[in-house]
Ligand binder design. Structure first.
Ligand code: DGL
Length: 281
Protein backbone atom coordinates (compact mmCIF):
# COMPACT_ATOMS: atom_id res chain seq x y z
CA UNK A 1 0.00 0.00 0.00
CA UNK A 2 1.68 3.21 -1.12
CA UNK A 3 -0.53 6.32 -1.09
CA UNK A 4 2.32 8.36 -2.59
CA UNK A 5 1.94 6.42 -5.81
CA UNK A 6 -1.56 7.85 -6.09
CA UNK A 7 -0.45 11.39 -5.29
CA UNK A 8 1.46 11.51 -8.59
CA UNK A 9 -1.69 10.79 -10.55
CA UNK A 10 -4.34 13.21 -11.69
CA UNK A 11 -5.96 15.11 -8.81
CA UNK A 12 -9.38 14.07 -10.17
CA UNK A 13 -9.02 10.86 -8.21
CA UNK A 14 -9.24 12.90 -5.01
CA UNK A 15 -12.94 13.38 -5.69
CA UNK A 16 -13.58 9.68 -6.11
CA UNK A 17 -15.42 7.90 -3.32
CA UNK A 18 -13.99 5.63 -0.65
CA UNK A 19 -15.37 2.09 -0.87
CA UNK A 20 -16.48 0.34 2.33
CA UNK A 21 -17.83 -3.19 2.51
CA UNK A 22 -19.06 -5.78 4.96
CA UNK A 23 -21.16 -8.92 4.78
CA UNK A 24 -24.14 -6.76 5.74
CA UNK A 25 -25.08 -3.86 7.99
CA UNK A 26 -22.26 -4.37 10.53
CA UNK A 27 -19.79 -2.19 8.66
CA UNK A 28 -22.11 0.77 9.18
CA UNK A 29 -20.50 0.95 12.64
CA UNK A 30 -17.20 1.64 10.86
CA UNK A 31 -18.82 3.98 8.31
CA UNK A 32 -20.21 6.06 11.17
CA UNK A 33 -16.70 6.64 12.52
CA UNK A 34 -15.34 7.27 8.99
CA UNK A 35 -17.93 9.99 8.36
CA UNK A 36 -17.05 11.70 11.65
CA UNK A 37 -13.32 11.59 10.85
CA UNK A 38 -13.60 12.42 7.13
CA UNK A 39 -16.71 14.60 6.72
CA UNK A 40 -15.88 15.78 3.19
CA UNK A 41 -15.29 12.37 1.67
CA UNK A 42 -17.91 10.57 -0.41
CA UNK A 43 -18.51 6.94 0.49
CA UNK A 44 -19.92 3.93 -1.33
CA UNK A 45 -21.03 1.29 1.17
CA UNK A 46 -21.64 -2.23 -0.12
CA UNK A 47 -23.52 -4.69 2.09
CA UNK A 48 -23.04 -8.23 0.80
CA UNK A 49 -26.30 -9.29 2.48
CA UNK A 50 -27.14 -11.73 -0.29
CA UNK A 51 -24.11 -13.78 0.79
CA UNK A 52 -24.14 -13.14 4.55
CA UNK A 53 -23.14 -14.21 7.09
CA UNK A 54 -19.45 -14.68 6.40
CA UNK A 55 -18.41 -15.77 9.88
CA UNK A 56 -19.33 -19.43 9.66
CA UNK A 57 -18.32 -19.93 6.00
CA UNK A 58 -15.02 -21.29 4.80
CA UNK A 59 -12.14 -18.98 3.95
CA UNK A 60 -12.30 -19.60 0.17
CA UNK A 61 -15.89 -18.38 0.08
CA UNK A 62 -15.03 -15.15 1.93
CA UNK A 63 -11.97 -14.55 -0.29
CA UNK A 64 -14.09 -15.00 -3.43
CA UNK A 65 -16.69 -12.52 -2.14
CA UNK A 66 -14.03 -9.97 -1.14
CA UNK A 67 -12.48 -10.21 -4.62
CA UNK A 68 -15.82 -9.89 -6.42
CA UNK A 69 -16.83 -6.87 -4.34
CA UNK A 70 -13.49 -5.12 -4.82
CA UNK A 71 -13.73 -5.70 -8.57
CA UNK A 72 -17.24 -4.23 -8.57
CA UNK A 73 -16.18 -1.15 -6.59
CA UNK A 74 -13.29 -0.57 -9.00
CA UNK A 75 -15.00 -1.37 -12.29
CA UNK A 76 -18.78 -1.34 -11.80
CA UNK A 77 -19.41 2.23 -10.58
CA UNK A 78 -19.56 5.58 -12.39
CA UNK A 79 -16.32 6.48 -10.58
CA UNK A 80 -13.91 3.85 -9.27
CA UNK A 81 -13.13 4.00 -5.58
CA UNK A 82 -9.85 5.65 -4.54
CA UNK A 83 -9.42 3.56 -1.38
CA UNK A 84 -11.04 0.53 0.20
CA UNK A 85 -12.03 -0.03 3.82
CA UNK A 86 -12.81 -3.66 4.62
CA UNK A 87 -15.32 -2.99 7.40
CA UNK A 88 -15.43 -6.64 8.37
CA UNK A 89 -13.08 -8.54 10.68
CA UNK A 90 -13.83 -11.88 9.00
CA UNK A 91 -13.08 -10.61 5.47
CA UNK A 92 -9.99 -8.72 6.64
CA UNK A 93 -8.59 -11.86 8.25
CA UNK A 94 -9.28 -14.01 5.19
CA UNK A 95 -8.53 -11.68 2.31
CA UNK A 96 -6.71 -8.40 2.99
CA UNK A 97 -3.28 -9.77 2.01
CA UNK A 98 -4.71 -11.17 -1.24
CA UNK A 99 -6.57 -7.96 -2.11
CA UNK A 100 -3.34 -6.01 -1.54
CA UNK A 101 -1.53 -8.40 -3.89
CA UNK A 102 -4.30 -8.07 -6.49
CA UNK A 103 -4.41 -4.24 -6.27
CA UNK A 104 -0.96 -3.01 -5.22
CA UNK A 105 -1.79 0.67 -5.91
CA UNK A 106 -5.11 0.75 -4.07
CA UNK A 107 -4.90 1.88 -0.43
CA UNK A 108 -6.67 -0.86 1.55
CA UNK A 109 -7.50 -0.52 5.24
CA UNK A 110 -8.82 -3.46 7.28
CA UNK A 111 -10.21 -4.06 10.74
CA UNK A 112 -9.10 -6.52 13.38
CA UNK A 113 -10.32 -7.24 16.91
CA UNK A 114 -9.09 -4.40 19.12
CA UNK A 115 -6.87 -6.43 21.47
CA UNK A 116 -4.29 -3.68 21.95
CA UNK A 117 -6.82 -1.00 22.98
CA UNK A 118 -8.38 -3.58 25.32
CA UNK A 119 -5.04 -4.19 27.03
CA UNK A 120 -4.70 -0.43 27.48
CA UNK A 121 -8.22 -0.17 28.98
CA UNK A 122 -8.15 -3.24 31.22
CA UNK A 123 -7.16 -3.00 34.87
CA UNK A 124 -7.57 -6.70 35.64
CA UNK A 125 -5.79 -7.90 32.46
CA UNK A 126 -8.56 -10.43 31.89
CA UNK A 127 -10.23 -9.68 28.56
CA UNK A 128 -13.13 -11.31 26.71
CA UNK A 129 -13.16 -11.42 22.91
CA UNK A 130 -16.37 -11.95 20.95
CA UNK A 131 -15.86 -12.58 17.22
CA UNK A 132 -16.95 -14.84 14.40
CA UNK A 133 -15.61 -18.36 14.17
CA UNK A 134 -13.88 -17.38 10.90
CA UNK A 135 -12.02 -14.50 12.53
CA UNK A 136 -10.93 -16.49 15.59
CA UNK A 137 -9.72 -19.45 13.50
CA UNK A 138 -7.77 -17.28 11.06
CA UNK A 139 -3.99 -17.26 10.93
CA UNK A 140 -4.08 -13.47 11.12
CA UNK A 141 -5.96 -13.47 14.43
CA UNK A 142 -3.82 -16.26 15.88
CA UNK A 143 -0.71 -14.22 15.04
CA UNK A 144 -2.24 -11.15 16.69
CA UNK A 145 -3.06 -13.18 19.78
CA UNK A 146 0.49 -14.57 19.92
CA UNK A 147 1.92 -11.06 19.58
CA UNK A 148 -0.02 -10.09 22.73
CA UNK A 149 1.20 -13.06 24.79
CA UNK A 150 1.97 -12.12 28.38
CA UNK A 151 0.13 -8.79 28.21
CA UNK A 152 -3.27 -10.11 29.29
CA UNK A 153 -5.35 -13.27 29.55
CA UNK A 154 -7.77 -13.41 26.59
CA UNK A 155 -10.93 -15.55 26.58
CA UNK A 156 -12.04 -15.89 22.95
CA UNK A 157 -15.65 -16.79 22.21
CA UNK A 158 -16.93 -17.67 18.72
CA UNK A 159 -20.41 -16.16 18.48
CA UNK A 160 -22.21 -18.30 15.88
CA UNK A 161 -25.49 -16.76 14.79
CA UNK A 162 -25.06 -13.39 16.49
CA UNK A 163 -24.12 -11.33 13.42
CA UNK A 164 -26.99 -13.00 11.57
CA UNK A 165 -29.49 -12.11 14.33
CA UNK A 166 -28.29 -8.48 14.33
CA UNK A 167 -28.46 -8.45 10.53
CA UNK A 168 -32.09 -9.60 10.67
CA UNK A 169 -32.84 -7.12 13.47
CA UNK A 170 -34.06 -10.07 15.54
CA UNK A 171 -33.90 -8.59 19.04
CA UNK A 172 -35.08 -11.69 20.89
CA UNK A 173 -32.38 -13.91 19.39
CA UNK A 174 -29.74 -11.18 19.79
CA UNK A 175 -30.46 -10.88 23.53
CA UNK A 176 -30.54 -14.66 24.03
CA UNK A 177 -27.24 -15.21 22.17
CA UNK A 178 -25.50 -12.32 23.95
CA UNK A 179 -26.58 -13.80 27.30
CA UNK A 180 -25.34 -17.28 26.33
CA UNK A 181 -21.98 -16.07 25.06
CA UNK A 182 -21.36 -13.74 28.01
CA UNK A 183 -22.05 -16.66 30.34
CA UNK A 184 -19.66 -18.87 28.35
CA UNK A 185 -16.85 -16.30 28.52
CA UNK A 186 -16.76 -16.29 32.31
CA UNK A 187 -16.91 -14.05 35.34
CA UNK A 188 -17.10 -10.34 34.49
CA UNK A 189 -16.28 -7.68 37.06
CA UNK A 190 -13.64 -5.19 38.10
CA UNK A 191 -11.98 -7.27 40.80
CA UNK A 192 -8.75 -9.18 40.40
CA UNK A 193 -9.17 -12.25 38.18
CA UNK A 194 -12.42 -10.97 36.67
CA UNK A 195 -12.94 -9.91 33.05
CA UNK A 196 -13.32 -6.12 32.93
CA UNK A 197 -13.09 -5.55 29.15
CA UNK A 198 -14.91 -7.10 26.22
CA UNK A 199 -13.60 -6.81 22.66
CA UNK A 200 -16.36 -6.62 20.06
CA UNK A 201 -14.40 -8.35 17.30
CA UNK A 202 -17.12 -8.24 14.66
CA UNK A 203 -18.43 -5.01 13.21
CA UNK A 204 -22.03 -6.12 13.77
CA UNK A 205 -21.62 -6.37 17.55
CA UNK A 206 -21.49 -2.63 18.41
CA UNK A 207 -25.16 -2.63 17.38
CA UNK A 208 -25.78 -4.95 20.36
CA UNK A 209 -23.91 -2.64 22.78
CA UNK A 210 -27.06 -1.63 24.70
CA UNK A 211 -27.96 -5.27 25.22
CA UNK A 212 -24.40 -6.15 26.30
CA UNK A 213 -24.23 -3.21 28.72
CA UNK A 214 -27.52 -4.28 30.27
CA UNK A 215 -26.16 -7.79 30.76
CA UNK A 216 -22.72 -6.74 32.01
CA UNK A 217 -23.37 -3.48 33.84
CA UNK A 218 -21.74 -0.10 33.23
CA UNK A 219 -18.27 -0.95 34.62
CA UNK A 220 -17.25 -3.31 31.84
CA UNK A 221 -15.42 -1.71 28.92
CA UNK A 222 -16.83 -2.56 25.48
CA UNK A 223 -14.02 -2.14 22.96
CA UNK A 224 -14.67 -1.76 19.25
CA UNK A 225 -12.52 -0.43 16.47
CA UNK A 226 -14.46 2.16 14.43
CA UNK A 227 -12.51 5.19 15.61
CA UNK A 228 -8.99 3.73 15.26
CA UNK A 229 -9.87 2.46 11.77
CA UNK A 230 -11.19 5.90 10.79
CA UNK A 231 -8.02 7.58 12.07
CA UNK A 232 -5.88 5.06 10.18
CA UNK A 233 -7.90 5.72 7.00
CA UNK A 234 -7.27 9.47 7.34
CA UNK A 235 -3.52 8.82 7.77
CA UNK A 236 -3.38 6.50 4.75
CA UNK A 237 -5.36 8.94 2.58
CA UNK A 238 -3.05 11.86 3.34
CA UNK A 239 -2.35 12.81 -0.30
CA UNK A 240 -5.76 11.72 -1.52
CA UNK A 241 -7.88 13.58 1.02
CA UNK A 242 -10.92 15.37 -0.37
CA UNK A 243 -11.33 18.67 1.46
CA UNK A 244 -14.24 19.93 -0.64
CA UNK A 245 -16.57 16.96 -1.09
CA UNK A 246 -20.19 16.78 -0.04
CA UNK A 247 -19.92 13.81 2.31
CA UNK A 248 -22.44 11.79 0.30
CA UNK A 249 -23.21 8.16 0.96
CA UNK A 250 -24.28 5.65 -1.67
CA UNK A 251 -25.58 2.35 -0.39
CA UNK A 252 -25.33 -0.84 -2.41
CA UNK A 253 -26.67 -4.21 -1.41
CA UNK A 254 -26.54 -7.68 -2.88
CA UNK A 255 -29.52 -8.64 -0.72
CA UNK A 256 -32.36 -6.98 1.14
CA UNK A 257 -32.03 -3.29 0.34
CA UNK A 258 -34.75 -2.09 2.70
CA UNK A 259 -32.96 -3.70 5.66
CA UNK A 260 -29.83 -1.77 4.71
CA UNK A 261 -31.72 1.52 4.28
CA UNK A 262 -33.46 1.09 7.62
CA UNK A 263 -30.22 0.20 9.39
CA UNK A 264 -28.46 3.23 7.84
CA UNK A 265 -31.28 5.53 8.90
CA UNK A 266 -31.28 4.08 12.37
CA UNK A 267 -27.55 3.86 13.03
CA UNK A 268 -26.25 6.76 10.99
CA UNK A 269 -29.27 9.04 11.31
CA UNK A 270 -29.45 9.48 7.56
CA UNK A 271 -32.68 10.66 5.98
CA UNK A 272 -31.59 11.16 2.43
CA UNK A 273 -29.77 8.28 0.87
CA UNK A 274 -28.53 7.88 -2.64
CA UNK A 275 -29.32 4.24 -3.22
CA UNK A 276 -28.26 2.06 -6.08
CA UNK A 277 -28.78 -1.64 -6.13
CA UNK A 278 -26.57 -3.99 -8.02
CA UNK A 279 -25.95 -7.66 -7.89
CA UNK A 280 -22.23 -8.24 -7.48
CA UNK A 281 -21.14 -11.72 -8.49
N1 DGL B 1 -19.34 -8.01 10.36
C1 DGL B 1 -18.44 -9.04 10.03
C2 DGL B 1 -17.20 -9.10 10.88
O1 DGL B 1 -16.75 -8.07 11.36
C3 DGL B 1 -18.97 -10.38 9.58
C4 DGL B 1 -20.15 -10.95 10.25
C5 DGL B 1 -20.64 -12.17 9.50
O2 DGL B 1 -21.04 -12.00 8.35
O3 DGL B 1 -20.60 -13.28 10.07
O4 DGL B 1 -16.62 -10.14 11.06
Amino acid sequence: MNPNAYACQTPAIIRHPIGVFDSGVGGLSILKALRAELPFEDFVYLADSGFAPYGERNEDFVVARARAITHHLLHGLPQPIKALVIACNTATAAAIHLLRQDHPHLPIIGVEPALKPAVAASQTHFIGVMATRGTLNSRKFQALLESMAGQAHFVCQPCDGLADAIERDDTTTTIALCADYIRAIGQFGINSGQIDSLVLGCTHYPFASDCLTQLLGPDIHLISNGEPVARQTRRVLKHLANKAGTGSITLLSTGNSSALTQAAQRWLGLDQLAMRLRACY
